[in-house]
Design a protein around this ligand. Structure first.
Ligand code: MG
Length: 391
């Protein structure tokens, strides 16, 4: 049997400082005790970090994790990465970074209302898409095909590799040395859960917020880009419901104002539904720690009726937006460039920075080249293609 990935190994306990050694300040543990529900993940109960570090006097473990992610190169590069629509299509639509910030904002709203740990939620949200290659899911599919014989490529797994191995913040260990809970949350997105059978409620909130966010902003971007018309979307019960609410509130709107009002309503109706469905359950459950929710089949999310309506919207977006001929063409070109760039790097590893050449010794050249390409922004990827492949 092979050894489990490093994210799955046992983490050492950390000792949170309590009370705060600086007079007049509350320690994170004290503040959380006053604010969070018993079923929330309290930073004082963290399983700690792989490489033990002293506690910070006024920032809790998850605040530190958030800051480490925020200051990482991979996070900054999200500003130059495609969410769904590429830079050639305009500058209104979301990038991978603005998508991430919208997820973090909604997830914190939901988490605060449910008295969960907002710091952990924010860290998980900022991390959740950090492993995305350039050109969105098209880029991921291309790299996955390149690595078909090597176990494939997944952006969720790559996020873990980034924060555990590739990023460096300290001279004495690789990675960002994040807490076990943040690594576990991301591992559960990647289909792994190192700490037990189910994800923490904070992880569930980020998953719910991700879904709310992309359903709303892909609708908004698709209409703004002219890929679909509002009138077509009104055939969907969820969008029609939002339209009726807008009409009752604001009368007959049209054009940009109608699109914005419907998208606003689309976020509001989803967040309200998740809070109603989850808040009532959590208030009744009498859970006194994090173990019960992790054993339970309960998941924070929309109720069954809204889940079905969201699925209809997603099917519509898949058929009419993600498969739109304009996007299919852009996606095809991007995938071909990624494939050729990867093949060029495999043939000429000296084009890669020294640390990726070094990773090739341990992880093989195909994977190391894919990891290097995955870290690129759309623009840098185009530039490297021009220089190394087309030039
Ligand atoms: Mg996302």
């Amino acid at each position: 049997m092979t050894a489990p990935p490093r994210s799955l190994q046992k983490h050492r306990m950390a000792t949170p400082s309590d009370p705060c050694p600086w007079s007049g300040l509350l320690s994170p543990a004290e503040r959380e005790r006053g604010l969070l529900a018993p079923y929330a993940m309290h930073s004082a109960d963290s399983a700690g970090r792989r490489y033990p570090e002293p506690e910070h006097p006024y920032r809790g473990s998850y605040q530190r994790d958030r800051d480490r992610i925020l200051h990482s190169a991979a996070y900054r590069r999200l500003s130059g990465k495609t969410q769904v629509f590429t830079g050639e299509m305009g500058d209104y639509h979301r990038t991978r970074l603005t998508h991430t910030l919208e997820v973090a904002s909604l997830a914190r709203t939901i988490g605060r209302a449910l008295r969960l740990n907002e710091d952990l939620i924010e860290a998980l949200a900022l991390l959740h898409d950090i492993g995305h290659p350039p050109f969105g899911h098209a880029g991921e599919d291309a790299l996955n095909a390149c690595l078909a014989a090597e176990g494939g490529f997944s952006h969720n797994r790559h996020a873990l590799t980034l924060v555990e191995e590739i990023e460096h913040r300290h001279e004495s260990f690789p990675g960002l040395n994040l807490t076990a809970e943040v690594l576990a949350g991301q591992a559960s997105r990647a289909g792994l859960d190192p700490l037990g059978p189910g994800p923490l409620l904070e992880t569930q909130v980020v998953d719910a917020a991700d879904s709310i966010t992309y359903d709303a902003h892909d609708t908004d971007d698709a209409v703004k880009l002219g890929l679909v018309r509002i009138e077509e979307l009104l055939a969907l019960p969820l969008i029609d419901r939002c339209f009726q609410t807008v009409r009752q509130r604001a009368g007959d709107l049209s054009g940009e104002r109608l699109r914005k009002a419907i998208v606003h309503e689309l976020i509001d109706v989803q967040v309200g539904n998740v809070l109603e469905a989850s808040g009532e359950f959590l208030a009744r459950c009498n859970w006194s720690d994090t173990s019960a929710p992790r054993q339970s089949a309960f998941r924070i999310g929309p109720d069954p009726a809204l889940t079905a309506e969201k699925r209809q919207l997603e099917e519509f977006l898949y058929a009419h937006v993600y498969r739109h001929e304009r996007l299919v063409a852009v996606r095809g070109h991007a995938q071909e460039k990624l494939r050729q760039l990867w093949a060029t790097l495999v043939d000429n590893p000296c084009l890669m920075p020294a640390d990726f050449q070094q990773r090739a010794q341990q992880h093989g050249l195909p994977r190391s080249a894919a990891e290097y390409v995955a870290g690129m922004t759309d623009r840098y990827c185009q530039q490297c293609y021009q220089e190394w492949v087309a030039g």
